[in-house]
Write a protein that binds this ligand. Structure first.
Ligand code: 5AD
Length: 336
């Protein structure tokens, strides 16, 4: 099963015994490659100002009901330098597509974190200009998170996702060529997708130069045009995660917190049994958290206690190595 192996439609839609076998195979591949260790990354959502208009996202520019914020640098730096949970090795600085926040807030924050902490730094800021992207890298950020959302160019356009699908893929390739570790992702179960969309998402991901990929279940977002559409099934989401893992044993695959929404009864822990090897811990200050509206205002926040509880229940441990060091080590092992 060497790359470029990719799964078929039947695998992605498996149920019953086939599905159990798929999930068990994904779990075995994960343990073989990563042992019992799971990466723990904090996330801070630093601005909900967004120039994009994605139909599935509550932060879209047409949502006039949303109070917009940019966090204050001092409060964030204090939180992350002095009061962060001890178990996180990395931080992801995330925002709506807000070039002002990238320059005025994220850039100094990356500099401060690299100077004053051992944290690996990821950013998830949308499609920004080459100059600021290079400044963020020069400041010490090493991972760029940028989802391709859905591999169907027509659906991508109809949902008003950023630019075109082709441009998005081009930007991902550019980031990789610039030396970033790129993690992408897609939304499973979007309204309007067809029976082969999930397989096409996996094939699309396989053709990109990635270090990781996420699968988010579609959640009908509050204050969006899709608010009354049906949510994605947990089965489809978990099958996509499992297929990704079989396809790419070395990728970083997160257990996204929306698994709690798609499967309120243990969805998150099932993600940890289906190929995930990263947990993200929400560190956004409570005062602004409600306004970082990806899907629902009343989302379950994955804090340190909830993550450690889930890990312990699954017999897993936080990785002492950061994602950033993991990839540096990977590079060092390549033949000269
Ligand atoms: N359902 C699932 N995922 C979503 N995202 C945004 N809105 C939704 C939703 N309603 C994901 C997108 C985006 C990332 C920041 O959050 O993949 O790129």
């Amino acid at each position: 099963m060497k790359p470029p192996w990719t799964p078929g439609d039947s695998e992605v839609h498996a149920r019953g015994r086939d599905q159990s076998e798929l999930h068990a195979a994904a779990l075995a591949v994960t343990r073989e490659r990563f042992g019992n260790e799971v990466f723990l990354r904090g996330v801070v959502e630093v601005s909900n100002i967004c120039r994009e208009n994605c139909h599935y996202c509550g932060m879209r520019r047409d949502n006039r009901q949303l109070e917009r914020y940019r966090a204050r640098f001092d409060a964030l730096a204090e939180l992350l330098v002095h009061h962060r949970p001890a178990t996180i090795t990395d931080i992801n600085i995330q925002s709506g597509e807000d070039p002002v926040a990238a320059r005025e807030l994220v850039l100094p924050l990356v500099q401060t974190l690299r100077r004053e902490t051992p944290l690996g730094v990821s950013v998830c800021l949308g499609t920004l200009a080459p100059s600021i992207t290079r400044e963020l890298q020069a400041a010490g950020a090493t991972m760029y998170i940028i989802k391709f959302e859905v591999a169907d160019p027509v659906l991508y356009r109809d949902l008003e996702a950023p630019g075109t699908l082709e441009e998005r893929a081009g930007h991902i390739r550019w980031l990789n060529a610039e030396g970033w570790n790129v993690s992408s992702g897609f939304i499973a179960g979007l309204p309007g997708e067809s029976a082969d969309t999930a397989r096409r998402n996996l094939e699309f991901a396989a053709q990109l130069p990635l270090s990781g990929c996420s699968v988010s279940p579609f959640v009908p977002g509050d204050e969006t045009p899709l608010s009354s559409s049906p949510a994605a099934s947990l089965d489809l989401t978990l099958n996509c995660m499992a297929s990704l893992r079989r396809m790419r044993p070395d990728w970083i695959i997160p257990a996204v917190s929306a698994l709690n929404i798609a499967g309120p009864d243990g969805g998150y822990r099932r993600g940890l049994r289906t190929g995930a090897n990263l947990c993200t811990m929400n560190l956004t200050p409570e005062s602004v958290r409600g306004d970082y509206l990806l899907y629902k205002r009343d989302r379950v926040i994955m804090n340190e206690a909830r993550i450690l509880e889930a890990l312990e229940a699954e017999g897993l441990q936080p990785s002492p190595t950061s994602l950033a060091d993991h990839f540096r080590r990977d590079l060092a092992m390549l033949p000269a």
